[in-house]
Design a protein around this ligand. Structure first.
Ligand SMILES: O=P(O)(O)OC[C@H]1O[C@H](OP(=O)(O)OP(=O)(O)O)[C@H](O)[C@@H]1O
Ligand SMILES: O=c1cc[nH]c(=O)[nH]1
Length: 195
C-alpha cells in the first residue's frame, strides 16, 4: 500500500539502518542468551527483508543457523472487509514454531494493529514459547496495548505524517523518510519495487 506525500525528513540513512540492525541483532542474542532457540519471522512487506538481514547478522555473530520465516497478515487484519489490497503475498514458515522464542520483525510500529494481526496469524500456525517484537522504527500513536522489545529508532510523528522505509534490494535506496500526507490517507511503506 502507498500514498503520495512530500518528503519532510530523512530520519534514518543507510548507515544508521545498518548500525541499528547490528545493535538489535546483539540485543536479541543477549535477551535470549544466544541463538539456540530463536526463530525470526518478518511481516511482509519489508519486515521480512529486515528479518533476513537480522538473521544474517546473528548467524555471523554466533555461527549458528537461525530459522527464518515470513508472515502475510492480510487475512488477519481487523479491517479485512474494507481493506482491499492489490498485492498478494504469502506466508512462508517452514519450521516448527512450537516451543521457539520467536522474534517478530516489522519496519514501522504505529497503531499496533499489524502486530495484533501477526500474533493471531502466528498462533494459528503454532505455539511459540515466547514472542518478542523487533521494529526498525517506533513512531508512537498506539491504539492497542502493544510494545516492541527491540527498537531501532523512536521517531515522534504526527497523524498527518507517514513514516516509510525504503530498502536497497527493492527500492534502490535504503532510508527511512517522514512524509507529509493528507489526513485519512494510507500510512505505510511503498509497494515493493516502486513508490
Ligand atoms: O502499527 P500499524 O498501524 O499496523 O502500522 C504499521 C504497519 O504499517 C505499515 O504496513 P502497511 O499496512 O503499509 O503494509 P506494507 O507492510 O505492505 O507496507 C508498516 O509496514 C507496518 O507493517
Ligand atoms: O489489522 C490491521 C492491520 C493494520 N491496520 C489496520 O487497521 N488493521
Amino acid at each position: 500500500m502507498t500514498e503520495t506525500g512530500t518528503v519532510k525528513t530523512v530520519c534514518m540513512d543507510a548507515d544508521e539502518i545498518e548500525r541499528s540492525l547490528t545493535r538489535i541483532a546483539h540485543q536479541i542474542l543477549e535477551a535470549n542468551k544466544g541463538a539456540g532457540n530463536i526463530a525470526l519471522v518478518g511481516i511482509v512487506t519489508r519486515g521480512d527483508l529486515l528479518a533476513k538481514r537480522l538473521v544474517e547478522k546473528i548467524e555471523a555473530i554466533e555461527g549458528t543457523k537461525v530459522p527464518l520465516g515470513k508472515l502475510d497478515i492480510s487475512f488477519y487484519r481487523d479491517d479485512f472487509a474494507t481493506h482491499l489490497s492489490p498485492e498478494v503475498h504469502s506466508t512462508d514458515i517452514l519450521f516448527d514454531l512450537d516451543g521457539k522464542d520467536v522474534v517478530l520483525v516489522d519496519d514501522v510500529l504505529y497503531t499496533g494493529r499489524t502486530i495484533r494481526a501477526a500474533l493471531d496469524a502466528l498462533m494459528d500456525i503454532g505455539r511459540p514459547k515466547t514472542v518478542q517484537l523487533a521494529v526498525l522504527v517506533d513512531r508512537g500513536h498506539r491504539e492497542l496495548p502493544i510494545r516492541a522489545d527491540f527498537v531501532g529508532k523512536n521517531v515522534p510523528s504526527s497523524a498527518d505524517e507517514s513514516v516509510r522505509l525504503f530498502l536497497e534490494e527493492v527500492d534502490g535506496k535504503s532510508e527511512v523518510e517522514i512524509l507529509e500526507v493528507a489526513p485519512g490517507s494510507h500510512v505505510g511503506s511503498a509497494p515493493l519495487g516502486g513508490e
